[in-house]
Design a binder for this molecule. Structure first.
Ligand code: 5GP
Ligand code: ZN
Length: 113
């Protein structure tokens, strides 16, 4: 099992886990780009957004609900925040296990890429 996020989910690699349920784990990014930078990750290994099957599509909605809940917990829900999903090499995806970035706690740039 070489996937770093699968190893975090199974506890083989330590991380600062902030949320867990049957389907999802969320932990703080090791190289935060903002005061709040959390990765929301399905426990099932799905390589990328581009690999989502119809059967797995509901996980994106579940991840969004977790992002909103964590934004509330982190105290940024009123000020606003950003969720980002990078998919594939030119999308800037470095870890090949689907994940959603939750970013906030400062004014984020207007640039998207
Ligand atoms: P991507 O570029 O694939 O969208 O985002 C991958 C993210 O995973 C990066 O922001 C990177 O800092 C984070 N990351 C990579 N390895 C680890 C790790 O071992 N632990 C944690 N907590 N984050 C990681
Ligand atoms: Zn994985």
């Amino acid at each position: 099992m070489s996937c770093v996020f699968c190893q975090i989910i199974s506890g083989k690699i330590p991380s600062d886990i902030v949320y867990q349920d049957e389907e999802i784990t969320a932990f703080r990014d090791i190289e935060p780009q903002a005061p709040v930078h959390i990765l929301i990750v399905p426990k099932k290994h799905i390589g990328a957004l581009g690999d989502i099957s119809h059967e797995d599509a509901t996980i994106i909605g579940e991840m969004t609900l977790v992002a909103n809940k964590l934004a509330e917990q982190e105290g940024i829900s009123q000020r606003g925040y950003r969720v980002v999903v990078n998919s594939g090499p030119e999308g800037g995806q470095a870890v090949s296990h689907l994940h959603m970035h939750l970013l906030g706690g400062r004014q984020l740039s207007g640039q998207l890429g």
